[in-house]
Design a protein around this ligand. Structure first.
Ligand SMILES: [Mn+2]
Length: 462
């Protein structure tokens, strides 16, 4: 395959020689311009008018299997050339490389591809400006903490993966010399989050309120100071968060940006722009933070979350990640699974599981996730009673059904109910539901819930 390079300006020719690839390059000079000493002699010299005819291509022994690159300072003058070329068969592909705007008529031809170097450069430059601004922020944060004796990185009371990963990223930003404690005043309770902390070898410490004064710097991640009771913290040095502002406070460093789907994305950008190495462990944590906070980029996510996801994906440990997202079952939870599988009731592609009394609420959504793996199930409901309240989780893979709407319609008369197209939840007092439906025993409650879901589903599929 030959590459025919057309240049109509000395500068364009220099650029062509630097940029154009191709095994056999044939240089064509279009128009009269002086060659520089480093320019090789062109195979063909044409006037601009001659260049438009396209008949000279045959003289070069080139044809449809070859390709043409035009480096030009006046792209629109090539309209006739490109049109004539279109009438030849097979038509060679044309790349038009320029810094000028191009009329749409030419660029819309199927065999023409347009590369606007000015646009590419502009995009790249604005990305670099952004990177330098983030690097400066990262440096400011580091400067604020570098002389600390005992810095504290604080998360919510029940930290989620985004908070944990972001805290770990601040530790990485500070480097091994500055030993910052990543801590919570509560503890990690949700099963998936416990799996994360177990697999990452307990990155978060639990501290007591009485411990706080011993720390000489306090950094808030994925949370802001008003979340805590007033006066609990003696100082606020830095705040890194993506939640909307929750009240007034002073902080020497504050980066709160609600356009981020995850604080982990923001922290990835700090490390990335700062040229700070991201270990496999940290990449895995950050990726998990982005995934969980954005529901796999489905919710409140921006292009930046996508970019962080794409950059972290190849660096993460996917076995670890799988372990976090599919936490192990302990003997107790296994008991529920056995009970659930026995108690399942299916009507065509609708499946319902009534668990009766359960001790832990989180078993219900987990069971609901699992329920979609049973048989040919498309819509599922899993419900149980936790502390006197009915808790129901629904799942759906039917593209024509909005299960959030359905659950909200059926169960909001009893309490909170709603969700998305693919998942929904309802929680309401058992007593209210009994009174309204006349269900006496727990198994009658289960029957009533199933019937209501089944009827609503049939109604929506009519
Ligand atoms: Mn978050």
């Amino acid at each position: 395959m030959k590459t025919i390079i057309i240049a109509d300006h000395a500068e364009a020719l220099s650029m062509a020689l630097r940029l154009a690839e191709g095994n056999e390059r044939i240089l064509v000079q279009a128009g009269d311009f002086p060659l520089a000493p480093h320019h090789p002699a062109p195979a063909l010299r044409l006037t601009l008018e001659e260049a438009q005819t396209a008949s000279w291509i045959g003289r070069l022994g080139a044809g449809g299997g070859d390709r043409i690159v035009i480096f030009t300072t006046r792209p629109d003058t090539y309209t006739p050339f490109i049109e004539t070329l279109g009438a030849t068969s097979p038509t060679p592909p044309v790349m038009l490389v320029t810094e000028q705007p191009v009329a749409l008529a030419i660029s819309a031809r199927p065999y023409v591809t347009l590369v606007n170097l000015a646009e590419i450069a502009r995009e790249r430059l604005s990305r670099e400006w952004r990177a330098v601004a983030i690097r400066q922020k990262a440096f400011r944060l580091w400067s604020l903490l570098k002389d600390a004796r005992k810095p504290l990185i604080i998360t919510q009371n029940d930290p989620d993966p985004d908070a944990i990963a972001s805290g770990m990223a601040v530790q990485a930003l500070l480097g091994p010399e500055i030993k910052a404690t990543l801590a919570t005043l509560g503890r990690v309770t949700r099963n998936e989050n416990l799996a994360m902390t177990r697999l990452l070898k307990r990155p978060v410490k639990t501290i007591a309120a009485a411990d706080i004064p011993a720390y000489d710097r306090v950094v808030f991640v994925d949370v802001q100071p008003p979340y805590f009771p007033p006066g609990l913290f003696h100082r606020v040095d830095a705040v890194l968060d993506h939640h909307p502002g929750a009240g007034e406070y002073d902080a020497a460093f504050r980066d709160v940006d609600t356009t981020y789907g995850a604080t982990a994305t923001m922290m990835f950008e700090y490390l990335d722009a700062g040229g700070i190495p991201i270990s496999e462990r940290l990449a895995t944590a950050l990726l998990y933070g982005v995934i969980t906070d954005t529901m796999l980029l489905a919710r409140d996510s921006s292009e930046r979350d996508f970019n962080a996801f794409a950059a972290l994906w190849p660096r993460a440990n996917h076995n670890l990640l799988a372990g976090m997202s599919r936490p192990r079952l302990n003997a107790d939870e296994l008991r529920y699974f056995v009970r659930a599988i026995r108690a399942r009731r299916a009507v065509e592609d609708f499946l319902f599981i009534w668990l009766g009394k359960v001790e832990r609420e989180d078993i219900i959504p987990r069971m609901a996730d699992f329920s979609l793996q049973i048989g040919e199930t498309v819509v599922t409901g899993v419900a149980g009673v936790v502390d006197g309240a009915v808790s129901l989780s629904a799942r759906n893979t039917d593209l024509n059904l909005d299960v959030g709407e359905m659950i909200s319609h059926v169960f909001s008369p009893f309490g909170g109910a709603g969700g998305h197209r693919s998942m929904a939840k309802a929680v309401f007092p058992l007593s209210a539901f009994r009174k309204a439906t006349g269900a006496r025993t727990l198994s009658q409650v289960g029957d009533a819930l199933m019937t209501m879901m089944r009827l609503a589903l049939a109604d929506r599929r009519k």
